[in-house]
Design a protein around this ligand. Structure first.
Ligand SMILES: [Zn+2]
Length: 326
């Protein structure tokens, strides 16, 4: 039996798993992504989280046949450039080489959103389909595509649904443009908006919950809790996010006519089926072929999807087991 390590490097957390050939999770670990320092500090946190997952699996890192990393930013060979959700990571950093030295195994890098989409396509909610759009609703809003059974990367930048314009001249986005879907629906944008509203005197329990839980950000769990309480500002911002997602995702579906939309990401997974239904309803008025909407499912691999997907960079799940075992 071969074992593989998978790492989902996110803006909020580093999720690691150790899996076997069948992608059964043998061990896992999760750490917050460092909010200060630089790429070397992030690499150190990745190594610590990997060690922890390996120990949880009752193994040693040297037993891993390889480690895959799903990373934000631009991936070229073993280098990650301009990962803007990570601390001080504008330039290039040789992440693969750094990790290979520390973990003593081979390391493959891929785009975080694309590996999570591939995981759902090969192993999760996307298995019955030949075309799908992955919508990863978290710190930002990531998108991944599978068309006619193959990942579609375009010239390297495909799937950037975050910056689909849902409001001309609208809210300022982290990308510097205006009216992008992410400027309404991204967790970071919603948090910034909530802070502004509080500064204007609006009342909300969001930041009280954040302090109680000793967090520095409004995590998906905090949003979920505030919604349960019927917190007025939280409800309004989430309604606004769903409306933006509905318009943006429907616009993409109008162009590509995919069979299925898979809702993942920290918020998507946390909110689950009810919100997959809300997304489908918010999309409906914007769909041109409204008589045949795509199926909308929650990501079946949940929080582990990105990390399990990263293991596919080392060895595809559909390859014959005999080829891998030799
Ligand atoms: Zn943008």
């Amino acid at each position: 039996m071969a074992a593989y390590g998978g790492i989902d490097l996110g803006g909020t957390k580093i999720q690691t798993v150790v899996v076997d050939d069948a992608r059964t999770v043998l061990g896992s670990a999760r750490r917050p992504t460092p909010t200060s320092g630089g790429p070397a500090d992030v690499a150190e946190a990745i190594v610590a989280a990997t060690d922890e997952a390996v120990r949880a699996a009752g193994m040693q890192t040297s037993a891993l046949a390889g480690v895959g990393v799903g990373s934000p930013g631009t991936i070229e060979g073993g280098t990650v450039t301009s990962a803007r959700n990570l601390p001080d990571w504008q330039g290039g950093f040789a992440l693969a080489e750094t990790l290979e030295r520390a973990l003593d195994t081979r390391v493959a890098l891929g785009n975080d959103v694309q590996v999570a989409t591939d995981a759902e396509f090969q192993l999760g909610a996307g298995r019955p389909y030949k075309s799908l759009l992955g919508v990863f609703w978290g710190t930002g809003v990531g998108g991944g595509l599978v068309l006619d059974g193959k990942p579609w990367l375009g010239r390297g930048s495909a799937g950037e649904i975050s910056h689909v314009v849902v409001q001309l001249g609208g809210a300022r986005c982290t990308c510097g443009r205006r009216g992008c879907m992410e400027a309404y629906a991204g967790r970071a944008a919603m948090e910034a908006h909530a802070r502004k509203e509080v500064a204007k005197g609006k009342r909300t329990d969001l930041f009280k919950l954040m302090e109680q839980r000793e967090r520095t950000r409004l995590t998906s769990g905090i949003w979920a809790r505030a919604l349960e309480h019927g917190d007025e500002l939280a409800v309004r911002l989430i309604d606004r996010a769903i409306a933006a997602l509905g318009a943006g995702v429907a616009s993409v579906v109008n162009v590509l006519d995919v069979e299925c939309v898979i809702l993942g990401g920290g918020l998507g997974v946390r909110f689950g089926e009810e919100y997959a239904g809300r997304l489908a309803a918010a999309m409906q008025p914007h769909l041109f072929a409204d008589f045949r909407p795509p199926d909308v499912h929650v990501a079946a691999l949940g929080d582990f999807g990105g990390a399990i997907g990263a293991t596919l960079l080392v060895e595809p799940a559909r390859a014959p087991a005999s080829a891998a075992a030799a």
